[in-house]
Design a binder for this molecule. Structure first.
Ligand SMILES: Cc1ncc(COP(=O)(O)O)c(C=O)c1O
Length: 403
């Protein structure tokens, strides 16, 4: 396993601007190969899909290739890959379609660990149908989401369990396989938000037990495209609203309007980029095998870098860290005594360090931490292109804020 950070960073033109991009949990920078794939699509001439001429054929090929790439990224079937503008839009769409089967007495389980995009669409759909919402709670002292509670939360009336594969603010990676097993034991579906997990770990939707797995390409070096993968046989049973002449089959009937073809070419290039991150694996094996090897290398590299970040922050008396889950992505959430999170982000920006401040849409968890009315906290999220020098720059800048 060889992870060459110099080679990785050289792939990203934006990293040359002198800023430490520790804002990756909100969206990553893009390597040259992705930029080039998008530009090349326009340069070559692109038509709408389904026509008789070559430029239209290129659009069809781009869509098909993108589904294959996303299947390789997640372990899904290409025929079960739904493409759309972003995860939130797709999740609302699926909540609308799936909830038509719900009624009074039915139950839906959501969690306080989740980004609101995997909470509110289900809560609002349940309210429309007269179904009941049950909440999985976070242990605030650790930010763990204990899987055991799902044994009680899930009942014969449960229709769906929505849970994240990783928290976008504290990085907690709950035991999704156990949670999905609890859902399946009563015949409920499990909708997994993989937006924050996908950039950091190898993903296999089957071993997770995810009936639906959502991800967003802009979190893993691609353009702004959202994706939900599911078993095509399951999708065959779901009937979203669609235009009369639009595709009636699966997965096309879940996709609305004209796709962003050039961006989809960029998504495929981003998957290729991820597959190339382990220098040893990059020459051999199927793309699926290369993705898994590379993401294992990414997980290890990021874990070591995160140890440096957490160790440095934990040693500072003026810093309060939130979350200490046993399994987590390299995502730190903290406050600094004497400064609002926005002020900290501003001071770090003046030192050319990009971090986020606020609740980052983890609305329920920010509330559970008691941070909602005080401006949330600061989030420093590492991704595979960050390095030790950037972490040290953040630590030095936060260190300067000691009273
Ligand atoms: C964990 C998580 N879920 C969902 C979303 C929403 O994704 P999108 O911007 O694609 O709608 C985000 C975005 O920050 C996220 O971090």
């Amino acid at each position: 396993m060889t992870f060459d950070i110099g080679r990785v960073r050289a792939a990203y033109p934006a990293l040359g601007d002198g800023y430490a991009y520790l804002d990756g949990a909100a969206g990553t920078q893009v390597p040259s190969t992705v930029i080039e794939a998008i530009a090349q699509t326009y340069r070559s001439g692109i038509g709408n899909a389904g026509g008789a001429f070559p430029a239209s054929g290129r659009a069809d090929s781009i869509v098909a290739e993108c589904r294959r790439a996303l299947a390789d990224l997640t372990g899904a079937s290409p025929d079960g890959v739904i493409l759309g503008p972003n995860m939130t839009t797709l999740t609302y769409r699926l909540a609308d379609a799936l909830s038509r089967r719900w009624g009074p007495g039915d139950e839906v389980v959501v969690s306080r660990l989740d980004h609101d995009a995997n909470v509110r669409p289900w809560v609002q759909a349940a309210a429309r149908q007269g179904a009941t919402v049950r909440w999985a709670e976070v242990d605030i002292s650790t930010a763990e989401l204990p899987a055991a509670q799902f044994g009680e939360l899930v009942t014969e009336r449960t229709r769906l369990v929505a849970v994240t594969a990783a928290s976008n603010i504290v990085g907690t990676r709950p035991d999704v396989a156990a949670i999905a097993a609890a859902a399946h034991a009563v015949g409920a579906l499990c909708y997994v938000d993989g937006v924050h997990a996908t950039p950091h770990v190898p993903v296999d939707v089957r071993s997770l037990g995810a009936d639906f797995y959502a991800t967003s390409s802009y979190k893993w070096s691609g353009p702004h495209v959202g994706v939900v993968v599911a078993d095509p046989a399951l999708l065959e049973t779901v009937h979203p609203d669609r235009l009369a002449p639009a595709p009636a089959g699966v997965p096309g009937r879940f996709e609305r309007g004209t796709a962003a073809f050039a961006d989809l070419a960029g998504v495929t290039a981003a998957v290729e980029h991820l597959a190339s991150l382990d220098a040893d694996a990059s020459a051999a094996g199927t793309r699926r095998e290369r993705v898994l090897a590379s993401m294992a290398a990414v997980e290890r590299y990021e874990g070591e870098l995160f140890g440096r970040l957490l160790g440095g922050l934990a040693a500072m008396g003026h810093v309060t860290l939130y979350g200490k889950a046993a399994r987590r992505t390299p995502t730190a959430f903290f406050t600094v005594a004497g400064y609002t999170p926005r002020e900290v982000a501003g001071r770090l920006a003046a030192r050319a360090v990009n971090v986020w401040n606020g609740d980052n849409y983890a609305w329920e968890l920010a509330g559970a931490f008691g941070l909602r009315s005080s401006g949330g906290a600061v989030r420093a999220g590492l991704v595979h292109y960050n390095d030790e020098a950037e972490v040290d720059r953040l630590l030095a800048a936060v260190g300067e804020l000691a009273a």
